[in-house]
Each structure stands twice: as C-alpha cells, then as structure tokens.
Write a protein that binds this ligand. Structure first.
Ligand code: HEM
Length: 209
C-alpha cells in the first residue's frame, strides 16, 4: 500500500518533521502577514511551542495504536519512527525556549530569571528537562547500558512531560485554549482504550496475569 510505504520512508518522515520549522518563513517573508509581522519573535515562539506539543502528543499515540490494532500496517509503520518523532518534539521545545531567551533578552538574563518563575513557565521548564533526559537516554549505547526494564521505567516520564506541557499550553493564555483538548484529547482516549483492552485480556485469562 502506498500510504504504508510512504510512512515507512525515513525521508518522508524527516520532511514532515522539518517542514513545520520552516513554516514561519511563509507568513513572515512571503505573505508578509500583518498579524505575524506585528511581533515576529512572539509568532515564532508560539509556533515552535505548538509544534513541540503536537509532536509530543503524536508520538504518544503510536504505542496505543499498535496495541489496539496489532495487524494494522500503518500503526506498525508509525512505530518505526518513535524515537525520531520524540526527539523532534524535544528539538522544537528547545527552539521554543531559545526564542523565549531571545524574546526577553535585554542585555542580561535578569528578565529571563524573573519570567521563568511564573508557574506556567516553570512547568514548561520541567517538561523541557524531562524531554532532554529522554532524548539523551535514547542513544543506543545508553539504552543498552540502562537495560530494557530501567529504560522503560525512565521513559514512562514522557507521560509526565505531556501533562506538564498540556498544563503549560493551557495556562499560557488568559482564556482556556481548546487547542489543548484537540492535541491531547486523542492521546487520552487511546490510552483509556489501551488500558481497557489490557484489563479485558486479564479478565479473560486471569492465570496469565
Ligand atoms: C523553559 C521552558 C519553557 C519556557 C520558558 C516557555 C515559555 C513560554 C512562553 C513565554 C509562552 C508564551 C505565552 C504568551 O502567550 O505570552 C509559551 C507558550 C507555549 N509553550 Fe512554552 N515554554 C517552555 C517550554 C515548553 C515546552 C517544553 C513545550 C511543549 C512541549 C511548550 C509549549 C508551549 C505552547 C504550546 C505554548 C502556547 C502556544 C499558543 O498559545 O499558541 N513550552 N511558552
């Protein structure tokens, strides 16, 4: 199937992951959109934060999709790119943080230190630190060194990172952005379905548990 072959292709997935990083050039330089040009750095800051959240939520759907539909080729193809998509989420979150540093830089780091003490920025920082740890420990040599069980336990922190990122995104605006529900809602539903499938399996064959 063409879609499966496309999703298996590293070139295609890399393209999908890099394009959102280049997207701000379109409204800023090509279309010269006044709403983006009013405050270009802020526009880029929000855009990178948004992409980081979307990629984080996307990678969290891969395992539940594979568990729920073990024979579905698309779910299997997507699972080949878990590490790449997870690391990309960290890369966009880091870019988002760097833009925030540029945004508040006034010749010193005093403003940054003051800003970062806001609760929504602290949750962003906590999420970023977790994503950094997960990225570092995704290197093959470290996976081997940690061992499968410890690595899996450590990487469960991704759920905490997602919860922190969702809170950060919701709290960044004065009114609750429905975006958070569209981005993280599907992950929650898929995880609930996964737990339900596991629970039903355990009920049917209690000796295996
Ligand atoms: C040290 C780390 C971080 C800092 C200092 C930070 C800072 C900020 C700031 C200043 C805003 C803009 C708030 C406004 O509208 O004025 C923001 C929004 C946002 N951030 Fe972060 N952030 C951090 C980490 C993260 C991480 C790790 C993610 C995602 C994984 C993220 C995702 C977002 C999103 C989605 C928004 C809202 C975008 C929108 O409203 O369109 N941030 N952040």
């Amino acid at each position: 199937m063409f879609a499966v072959a496309l999703l298996r292709s590293k070139v295609f997935v890399w393209t999908i992951l890099v394009l959102p990083g280049l997207w701000p050039a379109w409204p800023l330089f090509v279309r010269q959109d006044p709403s983006a040009l009013t405050d270009p750095l802020k526009f880029i800051l929000l855009h990178f934060g948004f992409v980081a959240c979307v990629l984080l939520a996307t990678v969290l759907t891969f395992t539940p999709l594979r568990v729920l539909f073990p024979k579905w080729d698309i779910a299997l193809a997507l699972n080949r790119h878990r590490r790449l998509v997870g690391v990309s989420s960290f890369a966009y979150a880091l870019l988002h943080f760097c833009v925030q540093v540029l945004y508040v830089y006034d010749g010193g780091f005093g403003t940054l230190a003051k800003e970062i003490q806001k609760p929504f920025q602290l949750t962003g920082l906590a999420a970023l630190v977790i994503l950094l740890i997960l990225t570092i420990t995704s290197v093959n040599a470290l996976i081997r060194r940690l061992g499968a069980k410890r690595w899996k336990n450590l990487h469960r922190l991704v759920y905490l990172a997602a919860a922190l990122a969702a809170y950060h995104q919701a709290d960044a605006r004065k009114t609750f952005p429905m975006q958070v529900v569209w981005i993280f809602g599907p992950v929650l539903l898929l995880e609930m379905a996964r737990v339900w499938k596991h629970w039903r399996g355990a009920q049917r064959s209690p000796l295996k548990v």
